[in-house]
Design a protein around this ligand. Structure first.
Ligand code: NI
Length: 188
């Protein structure tokens, strides 16, 4: 299968980097709305960021993470939608080159808004072009959770969080809830 092959090609084969857990920005942090810049060259520095993104995503039990969420404003996302959590995929400078006319509604959540879930409608199937961890170009056809996840993470690179797809009323309610929670978490 195309999808499976793409995932295997993408796996990080040499985890020789010293990895670090990064802090995930929490909504409504304004830095979540910055537009990420394209990666000019996939070098060691970029691969170190990718390794940290994977470590942070797995530790937080997420299925995807965008560099934007850790305050690195480069067009890099990592995803792993497999049950076994053993199919890491990195997409650098991802671009959607095709999207299906049919849309599907999914309940989405985000590591920048823990505990908040809501329904978002997006194209059901997409074809994405990106660079892998070696800087080689590849394309994948995604559907189901992988499609949702890639679109959700790519939104982050454009400064968009999934609640930006909801009504202003819902979004404001979520903002209030998040701010309240953040105040409560602050040491007195
Ligand atoms: Ni997210």
């Amino acid at each position: 299968m195309l999808r499976l092959e793409a995932r295997c090609r993408n796996a990080i084969e040499a985890p020789e980097f010293i990895m670090a857990l990064l802090d995930i920005l929490q909504y409504p942090d304004p830095r979540l709305h910055k537009i990420a810049q394209p990666v000019a060259k996939v070098d060691e520095g970029v691969r170190a960021i990718v390794a940290d993104l994977f470590e942070t995503m797995y530790a937080a039990k997420g299925v995807g993470l965008a560099a934007t969420q850790v305050d690195i404003h480069l067009r890099i996302i990592v995803v792993d939608t497999s049950e076994q959590r053993d199919q890491p995929m990195v997409l650098i400078n991802p671009e959607i080159v095709q999207r299906s006319a049919e849309c599907k509604e999914w309940e989405e959540g985000c590591l920048s808004l823990p505990g908040i879930y809501d329904k978002v409608t997006r194209p059901d199937r997409i074809r994405v072009r990106a660079l892998d961890g070696r800087g080689e170009r590849f394309e994948i056809d995604a559907d189901g959770l992988l499609s949702v996840c890639v679109q959700h993470e790519m939104d982050h690179l454009d400064g968009k969080v999934f609640v930006d797809h909801l009504s202003a009323l819902k979004r404001n309610r979520i903002k209030v809830r998040m701010r309240k929670r953040q105040r409560e978490a602050e040491p007195a």
